[in-house]
Design a protein. Sequence first.
Length: 75
Amino acid sequence: MAFITGTHSNDHASNLGSAIAAPFRAFGRFLVSIGESNARLRRVQELQNMTDAQLAKRGLTRDDIVRYVFRDMLY
């Protein structure tokens, strides 16, 4: 005996959900691109990529990185 299941009823809802979510996904990608292009965030990433010894030579610890980079804005 063969069983046949229909998928047509979910296709419309799935397409509608994708269409509604598309602008939100685009906006999210836009925000990520802004964040990634921010010079301060690039600086944080550069410092995070350093070893603890390299940071110590600069007088920093890993906990200090964000505070150091954003010191004029946040603290």
